[in-house]
Design a protein around this ligand. Structure first.
Ligand SMILES: *Cc1c(COP(=O)(O)O)cnc(C)c1O
Length: 400
């Protein structure tokens, strides 16, 4: 079937007890086992039944099967947050003493994992402009074990060619490619089809879509997911709560129509902002002016709902705009049905120094927009009136 049917029906089980139309929520930490021998057997083969919710839970398991289906993966794993998914996935494929390569534009806390936490375990790193596969190739070392790419990248929407990087990775024995595909969701791209070994998502964002939970997922081969589950997730313990998994499954039913509207609205907003006199630059992969527009066109089925915007007048102008929007809420996070505006340098990317940010075009006068599914005209009008406030003198300026 096609994807809009799959988001509703794939891996959907009938409730065996009452026939509940919506999958039941198994909100339990443990399971009553029938007898001693069965308890011993199940604890030794946790794949074959439910024993304890850190090892597995029917509601979380249903979400995992749906994610695996949508990402064309053999298996998937649900976790308590996107970072839980990223740290578990990364730690499950590397060892101390090895070298990793990652993109120079990635989520702020992922950057902190690679530059602050992993060096404590003697993992060295190279930071690379991953839209250039030759730069990735040049950074490879004999002890490289992981290439980590976020595409589209947060917050400047850089696009990396997954197929080209997978080829670089797999030319050397033992090198894995992990792709953070949060900004695309499985609706707009499938990194495993392009050669990635694992795909990770912050399910907090588009998969849930309504801003009600924090969650993460990893998808890939059964072999890699089994290892990430046991021993890594079992020991790190960043397991997904069943109620959160259940909410994500409700949200995922509308993933298709939401993503279509996010893409449509974002394109309209990007075109409006690109021609606005108060705007220096719009970073949106759907615009032909975007440096990796062609790569996006090749590997994605739409350009998504995220963009960043450099506003003329730097941080003083940003302050006025962010205080003036009425439809866009001032909040970090993204991928919700309603529109959000945030300041990447001080919010999502505070983990980087100013110098590190400027080197990769995360400028002080930059806002990131998560374009929601409201009526596009209202979003454009809201941004227009907020931008018009930049040249208005504020009350305290007037009284001075
Ligand atoms: C939000 C986000 C994360 C982290 O996810 P959490 O659910 O907040 O832990 C990782 N990668 C990207 C691209 C994100 O946007």
């Amino acid at each position: 079937m096609k994807i809009n049917t799959d988001v509703l029906h794939a891996e959907q089980e009938r409730d065996p007890v009452y026939g509940s139309h919506v999958s039941p929520l198994y909100q339990t930490s443990t399971f009553v086992l029938p007898n001693f021998d069965e308890a011993v057997r199940l604890n030794q083969n946790i794949d074959q039944g439910f024993v304890y919710s850190r090892f597995g839970n029917p509601t979380v398991n249903e979400l995992e099967r749906k994610i695996a289906y949508l990402e064309h993966a053999e298996a998937a794993l649900g976790l308590a947050s996107g970072l839980g998914a990223i740290s578990t996935a990364v730690m499950s494929v590397i060892k101390g003493g090895e070298h990793i390569i990652f993109g120079d534009v990635i989520y702020g806390c992922t950057f902190a994992l690679f530059t602050k936490v992993l060096p404590e375990f003697h993992v060295t790193y190279s930071i690379v402009d991953t839209p250039d596969p030759a730069a990735v190739k040049a950074a490879m070392k004999p002890n490289t074990s992981l290439i980590y790419v976020e595409t589209p990248a947060n917050p400047t929407l850089k696009i990396s060619d997954i197929e080209a990087i997978a080829e670089v990775a797999h030319r050397q024995e033992g090198v894995k490619l992990i792709v953070d595909s949060t900004f695309a969701s499985p609706y707009l791209q499938n990194p495993l089809d392009l050669g990635a070994d694992l795909v990770v998502h912050s399910a907090t964002k588009y998969l849930c879509g309504h801003g009600t939970v924090t969650a993460g997922v990893i998808a890939g081969s059964k072999k890699l997911i089994d290892k990430a589950r046991m021993p890594y997730l079992q020991c790190f313990g960043a397991v997904l709560d069943p109620f959160a998994a259940w909410q994500i499954m409700q949200g995922m039913k509308t993933l298709g129509i939401r993503m279509e509207r996010h893409c449509e609205n974002a394109m309209k907003v990007a075109l409006f902002l690109e021609n606005h006199p108060m705007v220096d630059h719009v970073y949106y992969p759907g615009l032909p002016s975007h440096p990796s527009h062609e790569t996006a066109k090749k590997q994605m089925r739409g350009y998504g709902g995220m963009m960043s915007v450099d506003i003329k007048g730097g941080i003083a102008a940003v302050r006025k705009v962010m205080n003036a929007t009425r439809v866009f809420s001032l909040a970090t996070s993204l991928g919700n049905v309603d529109s959000l505006i945030q300041h990447s340098p001080s919010m999502s990317h505070f983990d980087m120094t100013q110098e590190e940010r400027h080197r990769v075009s995360i400028f002080d006068g930059q806002v990131r927009l998560s374009v929601g599914i409201e009526d596009a005209d209202d979003l454009i009008h809201d941004l227009d009136q907020a931008l018009s406030k930049v040249h208005e003198r504020s009350k305290d300026e007037v009284s001075n």
